[in-house]
Design a protein around this ligand. Sequence first.
Ligand SMILES: NC(=O)c1ccc[n+]([C@@H]2O[C@H](COP(=O)([O-])OP(=O)(O)OC[C@H]3O[C@@H](n4cnc5c(N)ncnc54)[C@H](OP(=O)(O)O)[C@@H]3O)[C@@H](O)[C@H]2O)c1
Length: 273
Amino acid sequence: MSENSNTARNKGTAMVTGASSGIGAVYADRLAGRGYDLILVARDAGRLETLAARLRASTGRKIEVLPADLTRAEQLAAVEARLSADPDISLLVNNAGISLRGGLLDNGPAELAGLIAINVTAPTILAAAAARAFASRRAGTIVNISSVLALAPEMFDGVYSGSKAYLLNLSLQLAGSLESLGVRVQAVLPGATRTEIWARSGKDVDAAMPGRVMETGDLVDAALTGLDRGEVVTIPPLADEALWITYDNARRALAPNLSRRQVADRYAFEVAA
Ligand SMILES: NC(=O)c1ccc[n+]([C@@H]2O[C@H](COP(=O)([O-])OP(=O)(O)OC[C@H]3O[C@@H](n4cnc5c(N)ncnc54)[C@H](OP(=O)(O)O)[C@@H]3O)[C@@H](O)[C@H]2O)c1
């Protein structure tokens, strides 16, 4: 066994993006508690350092801070390079993300491209780097933080929900294709959760979702329970699991019918008499 192999005692290193606040900061706390060393990624180096110092003191784990703006190509490349080169990394939590002030009509190209850069491009590139590295070691886990809005586009603006649907789609395909290579993939679909993302995008979560806001600790603890259960898709607020299973089965039942040589009868071209 090599010096860098992840033994039962040493779970290896988890890289958590968006670890400076909200869901990412709680993942950092819980994963350090579970015995992972950490690499914490976000733009705010000060907040990352404060969290790292607290977790080093409380858990004794090795906690590294890797400040990066994941919308900047060269900084994203540095994080990607670390994922590719560090054999101790066993878990990637693709968590960093933003929401818009307003929707498609209220935002210009810079804001729209910025959301896609952090919610879609960055997690894709990091997932690819992690998948290649983990597959070469035949071990590792990728967690993508999607949203229940991936399933409910009518509830919110379509740019944000579309970015989260993208992550669900990516996760479902990767989970199936990477399983035989020893790589696990989980998509986590939070509902409204009490974090800064709401205020950062000019919203009041309690006004938007009165009485239906989950606390961040509960969300992350449930997501980790879902990971322990071996789930590919974890929806912490969904009480009736059968609803998801029914939906997923209906979606999968479409698949054999979605490519045919003939157009469906209802689209058949009729020559006017
Ligand atoms: N809260 C909810 O209701 C909810 C529901 C469903 C899904 N989610 C998803 O959960 C994830 C975490 O969000 P949150 O709710 O915990 O919100 P949050 O507290 O605002 O956290 C977002 C994190 O992303 C980081 N981040 C933002 N832009 C970045 C950039 N350009 N480069 C690097 N890091 C960046 C932020 O750190 P810096 O500012 O320091 O860079 C912060 O650590 C997101 O993907 C979000 O879409 C949230």
